[in-house]
Write a protein that binds this ligand. Structure first.
Ligand code: DC
Length: 202
């Protein structure tokens, strides 16, 4: 039996942590769909043409720690504007979502475009400052040389582009449950998300 959990939201709102925890709790598979766009972005940085990079993407290319850099995040957000890039990535995501045993997909357009019929949809948000501070701490923890100002500017620029693009913009599905994590600890945010999914299952 398939059961799809769609988790969308802006950069660094806590989607990744929440999605992994929800997947582990229910025994579902997890796909971070941002990695697909990051992998295409990384290939473009290396000189590839975006649409060809998306059409030839191999899932093996998702397992690469270098996809987590701010430079690749910006490139991902830029290739994500191109409708043919998005189209090339749809089938992989829908197949993943339909797998037996349940799946959690996190991204920007899962509840609106990729899986509009998902029985459980969450839209995870937090204030821009809060998200930038979290992403800053995460990058520092990975030993990256970044300033808080730079991270705030990056997060805001990426949000603006993700929200304003014509195809599949970042936006809550009408039937998504909003979860603002600004004032929640990680454990509180995870508990709230598990609760929302549990309600959708029963
Ligand atoms: O979730 P992330 O920060 O790894 O995503 C990187 C970029 O990829 C994001 O700025 C926009 C794009 N993206 C998208 O357009 N649609 C998705 N479902 C996931 C990510």
């Amino acid at each position: 039996m398939s059961f799809t959990v769609a988790i969308d939201g802006p950069a660094a709102a806590g989607k990744g942590t929440i999605s992994k925890a929800v997947a582990a709790h229910f025994g579902f598979a997890h796909l971070d769909t941002g990695l697909l766009y990051r992998a295409v972005g990384a290939k473009v940085i290396a000189g590839a043409e975006p649409i060809a990079a998306a059409e030839t993407l191999d899932p093996v290319e998702l397992e690469n720690d270098r996809l987590r850099t701010p430079e690749v995040a910006q490139a991902a957000s830029e290739v994500a504007v191109i409708p043919q890039v998005r189209d090339a990535l749809i089938a992989f995501q829908r197949t993943f979502a339909a797998r037996d045993g349940g799946a959690v997909l996190d991204g920007r357009d899962i509840g609106t475009v990729i899986c509009p019929d998902a029985p459980a949809k969450l839209f995870v948000t937090a204030s821009a400052e809060c998200r930038a501070e979290r992403r800053f701490q995460e990058l520092l923890g990975k030993g990256m040389d970044v300033s808080l100002e730079q991270v705030i500017a990056d997060v805001k620029e990426r949000d603006a582009r993700d929200r304003s693009r014509a195809t599949a913009p970042l936006l809550p599905a009408e039937d998504a449950v909003l979860l603002d994590t600004s004032d929640l600890t990680i454990d509180e945010a995870i508990a709230a998300a598990i609760n929302i999914v549990q309600n959708a299952r029963s």
